[in-house]
Write a protein that binds this ligand. Structure first.
Ligand SMILES: Nc1ncnc2c1ncn2[C@@H]1O[C@H](COP(=O)(O)OP(=O)(O)OP(=O)(O)O)[C@@H](O)[C@H]1O
Ligand SMILES: [Mg+2]
Length: 325
């Protein structure tokens, strides 16, 4: 496996109001989209700022693109693209000037930067407002310009903090596709903060879930699901909701862990796929018609909500999946 593009260990940051991040250890590999998930105030933005070297830690170490983010911050930021939560554009400048200004700071050749800036503004549907001051732009328009700016110098690593919040549905789809292709086709690494779990599910190869500054889970959704739940979930379509008698009969079978009624049937958790035929046979023996039996993979949303529920029960240092303290 390739060396990580980014790794950190024990990253900790306190603010007067409290600890924003407590002992974070994780890594990201080349070409992967790593999703940082967690509720408001969990420490996601703080993590990005620390890893991009714009904020110093109180404890911990990190290596990003082979550099120390706090001692080699400028060198690092010449190779990273950042989209901050509030876009952070200069209000007095036009959309194009916001991009060309950053190009100058990044040491890009102005001759090359201008057409590249126009191409990106075009890409994000903002070419017609290239020469208009940002002051009067809507939230989504600002975000589009800020995304163009983050990509201007073709960075190897992107920190995208809520890239689609405030975007309309078409722009959202476009940005999600773009992030996916930057990683999959162009080998760029993306650290993505988002509250849209569907978006994270589509894009992220691994997810890191933070609560109150603590890492509560880290891994692929499949790995985390495997640690959260044993066995396989199967949905049986019976044409109507399963009744209590049937649920009791099925729960009594050796390989059935749990059965819950759902519209048009039931959801069963069984120890392995091999238990599915006996589950179906037991339904038929009970006089039920089985129209379909589908094993169901938990989605990233299922995994996230389960981690959230367990985190609430176990507290900040509870033993959760994928995090081996
Ligand atoms: N510059 C700062 N000064 C003081 N406190 C801060 C600062 N930045 C972050 N914090 C605090 O650190 C904690 C984590 O904040 P952070 O912005 O990292 O959360 P987040 O996970 O990005 O949340 P959100 O989903 O709302 O964006 C919060 O309690 C916040 O108040
Ligand atoms: Mg944030």
């Amino acid at each position: 496996m390739s060396d990580p593009v980014l790794s950190c260990e024990g990253l900790t940051r306190h603010f007067p109001s409290g600890t924003a991040l407590d002992g974070l250890t994780l890594d990201a590999r080349a070409g992967e989209v790593l999703a940082l998930l967690g509720p408001n105030g969990a420490g996601k933005t703080t993590t990005m700022r620390l890893l991009n070297g714009v904020l110093s830690p109180d404890a911990g170490t990190a290596t990003v693109l082979g550099l120390n983010p706090w001692r080699q911050g400028e060198e690092l930021r010449a190779r990273t693209g950042v989209l901050t939560e509030n876009a952070g554009l200069d209000e007095r400048l036009t959309a194009l000037e916001n991009l060309t200004f950053v190009a100058r700071v990044r040491g890009m050749d102005p001759e090359a930067a201008r057409p590249r800036a126009m191409e990106l503004l075009e890409r994000f549907g903002m070419a017609h407002r290239a020469d208009v001051r940002v002051q009067g732009f809507s939230t989504g328009q600002r975000k589009r310009v800020a995304l163009a700016r983050a990509l201007l110098h073709d960075p190897e690593l992107l920190f995208l903090d809520e890239p689609t919040s405030g975007l309309d549905p078409v722009a959202t789809r476009d940005v999600v596709e773009l992030i996916g292709s930057l990683a999959a086709e162009h080998g760029r690494t993306v650290v993505l903060c988002t509250h849209f779990l569907g978006e994270a599910g589509r894009l992220a190869s691994r997810m890191a879930v933070l609560f109150s500054g603590h890492l509560h889970a880290f891994g692929t959704p499949e790995e985390l699901a495997g640690e959260l739940w044993s066995g396989v979930e199967v949905r049986l379509d019976l044409g109507h909701q399963a009744d209590g008698d049937l649920l009791r009969t099925l729960t009594g079978l050796t390989h059935v862990v749990q059965c819950v009624p759902v519209e048009q049937g039931l959801l069963a958790r069984v120890t392995s796929r091999d238990a599915v035929p006996s589950l179906v046979a037991a339904c038929v023996a009970a006089g039920k018609s089985v129209y379909a039996a589908e094993p169901r993979q938990p989605s990233l949303e299922d995994v996230y909500f389960e981690i959230e529920a367990r985190s609430a029960r176990l507290g900040p240092t509870g033993d959760l999946p994928g995090v081996h303290r």
